[in-house]
Design a protein around this ligand. Structure first.
Ligand code: NAP
Length: 285
């Protein structure tokens, strides 16, 4: 029986992957900072383990007996060094496969911190000597219904500094299904998959939400300064706001418009459209 470790198991993707792996033949170690937030991650084959990336001394115990890792790394300023340490310990513990959650547009030369960090983390994993699969999803549709992003989309307005660029939107449920496939089935060794849904401008998204909810939503392309003010209201730290704005800039420049068949092939169905997502979340908008 395989033991699969999922880091940041309470994240948007982590939570869904753990649920996909429920009642499979794998033992799942779900790494969480707080078991309180993980009450729904229950199952005979699921074991919650306390884990914080900022405590490297715990990596060896965490990785003991682990065959495969789904490496989900939150936005942390020193995430590249964290991954370097983590992968080194994984190698010592003879982990057989790493599935890295990266991002569409990952690029070591990118001006966006987040895209550059993704590129650097990918390189560490690629060069580790451990068989790997890299998943590069587009923007999670779930961003529109959670957290600060959602607050920027309230009161009949969708306010983002993304101009009229088309941005690839992908459903976290589809990403999790693809990740679970890659973790539990043969193949996928040393592959990089672009997990894309379809691309939309925010004007198109606002129209879709308006049509589905019957409530008029207007898209407003705001300045980075205004976006910063809104994020500050959500008590997001300055360095983090900078990284998010850098990513939004990349979106505005059109770097997030892409289409690949990878997701469709991995989940054996067409990716979820934004209209389907909006219909499912009609009550939230
Ligand atoms: N969001 C997107 O649209 C998108 C698109 C492409 C790629 N990605 C990538 O996906 C990854 C996850 O991002 P996300 O936005 O999905 O994350 P998220 O849902 O906001 O979740 C962040 C997770 O990280 C955990 N966490 C925070 N600090 C931690 C620490 N020090 N040690 C261990 N766990 C910690 C949180 O745990 P708690 O529950 O305890 O807070 C939570 O489970 C990132 O690498 C991101 O770049 C995201």
């Amino acid at each position: 029986m395989n033991t699969i470790l999922v880091t940041a198991a309470t994240s948007t993707i982590g939570r869904r992957v753990v649920n996909n792996l429920k009642n499979t033949h794998s033992t799942v170690k779900a790494g969480v900072r707080s078991t309180r937030k993980a009450a729904d991650l229950k199952g005979n084959n699921i074991k919650l383990v306390k884990f914080d990336f900022l405590e490297p001394a715990t990596y060896p115990t965490l990785l003991e007996g682990v065959d495969k890792v789904l490496l989900i790394i939150p936005i942390l300023a020193d995430q590249v060094e964290i991954v370097r340490n983590f992968v080194k310990v994984a190698k010592e513990k003879k982990v057989k496969k790493i599935v890295l959650l990266s991002g569409l547009g990952a690029d070591m030369e990118s001006e966006s911190d987040i895209l550059r960090w993704h590129g650097e983390k990918e390189k560490i994993v690629r060069k580790s000597g451990i068989p790997y699969t890299i998943l590069r999803p587009g923007n999670f549709m779930q961003n529109y219904v959670t957290g600060c992003f959602r607050k920027m989309c309230g009161n009949g307005k969708l306010t983002l500094p993304q101009g009229d660029a088309k941005i690839n939107q992908v459903d976290a449920d589809d990403i999790a299904m693809a990740a679970a496939n890659v973790l539990t089935n043969f193949g996928h060794k040393d592959k990089i998959y672009n997990l894309t849904g379809y691309s939309y401008t925010n004007l198109e998204i606002a129209d879709l939400i308006s049509n589905i909810t019957g409530k008029k939503i207007d898209y407003q392309d705001i300045s980075e300064d205004d976006a910063r003010k809104k994020m500050k209201q959500c008590e997001i730290k300055d360095w983090r706001i900078d990284t998010i704005l850098g990513l939004q800039r990349a979106c505005k420049e059109g770097l997030m418009e892409a289409y690949s068949m990878d997701l469709k092939d991995l989940i054996s169905k067409s990716p979820t459209t934004f209209a389907e997502f909006a219909l499912r979340h009609k009550h939230v908008f």
